[in-house]
Design a protein around this ligand. Structure first.
Ligand SMILES: Nc1ncnc2c1ncn2[C@@H]1O[C@H](COP(=O)(O)OP(=O)(O)OP(=O)(O)O)[C@@H](O)[C@H]1O
Ligand SMILES: [Mg+2]
Length: 236
């Protein structure tokens, strides 16, 4: 199995704060892997370091067997797409304009039309809302758009930073099913979540992050049922 992502002994500092204190993990091609942890554990910092936004103090990151480039733009071109925490849509722009922005690195070619079609198949509602401003969509629709925008860059690995944040439980269920559907079409997915149970249940493997370090790792379902993990993260 080809490794999509390999992170070894990653450290990240913000000034004197040692936010990531030596984490090692990997994502195989076609896997869904989740990193779960509470507020401030460092989940977003890991995502930012994988997209060139947070600087690594030390450690190595390989993407599809090659060193991760330093610049965000080059990282996108290598096939890494981030769906950021709180979506970060262009709220004054329409759904259509947000999708086109997601595909900006490519010319407006036939592939782009095909990718748009793929988004509409995943999320038919978006096709009906093309001219609507992103800021006026519901929370669930905004998350669909954020994921679609990331897919428009035609990534090989999708990074999802707390996609369930602020969504009603039923919308979260749909979202988790969608993640599995995207995976079934061949995508590799790294998911970070505070919503530990559901994230772990849909993941091949998971890692429990506790202030900058991994506490445990294992198969997703086993971690979701682990008594220690349940006590600490899943409310019993
Ligand atoms: N730009 C920054 N400058 C200084 N400290 C930061 C910065 N960004 C994050 N931190 C700190 O790094 C730690 C990890 O933050 P991070 O945002 O990665 O956590 P998180 O797990 O994503 O949390 P949440 O679930 O609330 O999104 C926190 O203590 C946070 O205050
Ligand atoms: Mg975060």
């Amino acid at each position: 199995m080809t490794q999509a992502l390999r992170v070894e002994d990653l450290h990240v500092h913000y000034g004197t704060i040692h936010a990531i204190q030596g984490v090692t993990f990997s994502v195989d091609q076609g896997e869904v892997v989740s990193i779960v942890g509470s507020n401030g554990a460092g989940k977003s910092t890991i995502m930012w370091s994988l997209t060139g936004v947070a600087e690594r103090s030390s450690g190595t990151v390989e993407i599809f067997g090659e060193p991760l480039p330093a610049k965000p733009h080059d990282i996108v071109n290598r096939g890494v797409a981030l769906v950021p925490e709180r979506r970060r849509l262009f709220s004054a722009l329409t759904v259509q304009e947000n999708l086109i922005m997601g595909g900006y690195r490519r010319a407006r070619d036939e592939r782009m039309e095909a990718d748009l079609e793929r988004c509409f198949q995943l999320f038919p509602i978006l096709k009906q809302r093309l001219k609507q401003r992103a800021g006026t969509l519901s929370g669930g629709e905004q998350q669909m758009l954020a994921i679609s925008r990331a897919l428009m860059s035609d990534p090989r690995i999708l990074l999802l930073d707390e996609p369930s944040l602020g969504l009603a439980p039923i919308v979260v269920d749909t979202l988790m099913e969608t993640i599995l559907r995207i995976r079934s079409e061949g995508m590799t997915i790294l998911l970070v979540e505070q919503n530990a149970t559901q994230a772990l249940e849909i993941s091949d493997r998971g890692y429990i992050l506790e202030v900058g370090r991994f506490l445990k790792e294992g198969p997703g379902v086993a971690l979701a049922q682990d008594p220690e993990v349940r006590r600490a993260y899943l409310g019993g």
